[in-house]
Design a protein around this ligand. Structure first.
Ligand code: ATP
Ligand code: MG
Length: 304
């Protein structure tokens, strides 16, 4: 059985961590870092570094390719180790727990802080499929436009974290962000259930369904007024908390209210939500999407 992230993480020595972080630094310049550069940077012999690399390769923390030089790159597991270590050192987490969800572009895990409170770690993993496949040799510098999966994942986490912070501060119902390092966002757990998992008989009565749809729309309007449009909203990215109040999550693809096609994306988000209520509850929405959109954009124009 392959080791879990946690087991790998615990096994790493200080020296191995140093090698990982040097590879990370040098990956700003190389897709695959020449082993020679790592040795030079750390002031060790190539032979010494090779022993460590060989060990870490077995745990899939790094991959090694033979080009006209021997090149090393971090894998997502190696990147996980660096980010988790930073979060431990920052005092954000004390322990990493089980995975509770694996999406197309992220893995979500529970973790514990120093006081034993649960929190959520969302590991952004963009382009992971592409990364696993063997890619053709190509010049990294010549293809700057192609971002590396690790870098793209970090940007995605940074975007989600900054959106969560701004939205939370604006009083929108989103998970409370705690911290972010590299491709990992730490946030509060929303205890409750994803909307798409709710069964019809779990809703008290038609009135509570209507109230829920109105609460969701209100939160969409609040987030738009704060400048953020979700861009991928549906019953899959809404959770009901213990008070059955909706919490909007999964924000990395948000677009700004100022961007050209903001009104279209906003209409689509609202439509997705209304469709869910129509299909599941045969509820005909009292809401005119156009009216909402006009209200947001007119208020915006007036404020300028
Ligand atoms: N703060 C949170 N509290 C509780 N559960 C969460 C929280 N954040 C995420 N989850 C759970 O993890 C699942 C996946 O989270 P999220 O939607 O953010 O990522 P994703 O869907 O995997 O990403 P992608 O849409 O790119 O595949 C959610 O459906 C939800 O069940
Ligand atoms: Mg999602």
């Amino acid at each position: 059985m392959p080791l879990t992230i946690l087991e790998i993480f615990k096994k790493l020595t200080k020296f191995e961590f140093r090698v990982l972080s040097v590879i990370e630094i040098l990956m700003a310049r190389h897709e695959f870092v020449p082993i020679e550069d790592i040795a030079k940077y750390m002031n060790y012999t190539e032979k010494r570094i090779r022993v460590t690399i060989d060990r870490m390769r077995k745990d899939k923390l790094v991959i090694v390719v033979q080009r006209h030089y021997l090149g090393i790159a971090l894998t997502f597991i190696g990147y996980d180790a660096l980010a988790l270590k930073a979060l431990v050192e920052k005092g954000v987490i004390a322990q990493v727990g089980p995975e509770i969800g694996a999406g197309k572009e992220s893995d979500v895990r529970l973790a514990l802080d120093d006081d034993g409170n649960d929190l959520i770690l969302k590991f952004h993993r963009l382009g992971k499929l592409d990364f696993r496949a063997t890619r053709k040799a190509r010049s990294f510098l010549a293809e700057k436009r192609h971002l590396s999966p690790l870098y793209e994942s970090r940007l995605s986490a940074e975007r989600e974290y900054s959106a969560l912070k701004a939205l939370f501060d604006a009083g929108v119902s989103v998970p409370k962000p705690i911290s972010q390092n590299r491709h990992i966002v730490a946030m509060h757990v929303v205890t409750g259930q994803d909307l798409f998992r709710m069964k019809k008989n779990e809703f008290k009565n038609p009135e509570s369904v209507r109230e829920l749809s109105e609460n969701i729309l209100n939160e969409i309007i609040k987030s738009a007024k704060a400048g953020y449009i979700h861009g991928d909203l549906s019953e899959y990215n809404i959770r009901l908390n213990e008070e059955d109040y909706p919490v909007l999550f999964d924000w990395p693809q948000y677009i700004s209210l100022d961007s050209g096609h903001a009104n279209l994306i906003l209409s689509r988000d609202i439509e997705n939500v209304l469709n869910y209520f129509t299909k599941k509850f045969k509820m005909s929405p009292r809401i005119e999407i156009k009216e909402i959109i006009d209200k947001i954009f007119v208020t915006r124009e007036n404020a300028k």
